[in-house]
Design a protein around this ligand. Sequence first.
Ligand SMILES: Cc1ncc(COP(=O)(O)O)c(C=O)c1O
Length: 458
Amino acid sequence: MNKKSEFDSCAENYRQKQLHDEILAKVGEYYQRFHKTQEYKKGDRISYAGRIYNEEEMLNLTDAALEFWLTQGRYTDTFEAGLAEYIGTAHASLTNSGSSANLLAFMALTAEELGERRIRRGDEVITVAAGFPTTVAPIVQYGAVPVFVDVTVPDYNINSETLEKAVSDKTKAVFLAHTLGNPFDIQKIKGLCEKYHLWLIEDNCDALGSEYFWNGEWKKTGTAGNLATCSFYPPHHITMGEGGAVCTDNPVLHKLVRSFRDWGRDCWCRSGMDDTCKHRYTQQFGELPLGYDHKYVYSHFGYNLKATDLQAAIGCAQLKKLPGFIKARREHWTFLRNELEDISDRIILPMEREGTRPSWFGFLMTVKGDAGFSRNDLAEYLESENIQTRFLFAGNLLKHPCFDGMRRRKEGFRIAGSLEHTDRIMEQSLWVGVYPGMTTQMLTFMAEKIKAFCRTGR
Ligand SMILES: Cc1ncc(COP(=O)(O)O)c(C=O)c1O
């Protein structure tokens, strides 16, 4: 390069940086003027959850947009490394949703590479019906058999005492969520999985940052199973709009997750890269001709469930805020728990099990049978007072239309024991939010209204 063109290119780089910074400064100003959260006034709608962000998320997003790489890039690498480090697993793979993460975690366990331990069609996977549908959907879609075990109240997690009775010689895995952030009984469930050589998938979508005490130290949920999943949909602990992740310590499972996520390919080059392995044209695969381009060799029947760098850019800013978010969620949950203690004759309040530090997703309550009002009465009342409520997702997934055919034909699933408490949750439970956007004023109003209704019916 001659002196003049070197000078021109330097000037161009300078101008680009200057423009970039001017745009970012405007975005910061835009956030301050138009996005800053409005102050809560008594009577305003209290959502059960919501995005909490500041200019940092918007600046990262703009930076990624100006770079216009679009697919996975440097923000994805940073996010995946940061998430893995936070949870304490060796690997994390970003996906476009928590449901996609569940699908990938499950499908990884169907791979031929796992030999006798792989999940085949007709094999059984132990789970619960009181939860989110996409924990169960991959099992059904693949043609494996979900085996439903009841949960307990007020733990809202699988009954670890009856779980062992559900194990058969077809059982290959246990796939469970930590309900609304409350860790399931990891000691017992991990122990059973080890005893019967079962895979354990933790659906950690509602529990990012929850902790359990294990061998003398606090560990994050997501490190107990062979695979764990996260969701970054807006109500979750951190958000990127749509997004999810699969975490694992196991390098073989990690490679499988990446392959299923990225079209089923064998090659592990990053987007836009070629020949990372330096053997692009020298290898033998299947019955392909020797040296067939590794980039187009498919070792699995995969999907494309990647997220974009725009999403990851937002996630990078959110990850830094996560410890503060978790602290706020725990404080809000404790506030409600203390305030509502004196209505425990009408409502079963949630509990924090010894040896756990939940990163709560919500405050889950079950209306007692003799309370004198129903769950729906309470929900309708709170909604009329502008307090948003939620049921525990599917309640009992087996009662939903998606199960009509399977229920009628009595095939494709198994119930181990009764689902008495699952049905009870479907009929009598509801939850309100504890997300970081709540203030003491909002929490006080919620507690007052819940107490007033329980005492006087209004
Ligand atoms: C326990 C659980 N698993 C999975 C999901 C699915 O996550 P996503 O909405 O990102 O697909 C959710 C969604 O809220 C969930 O609560």
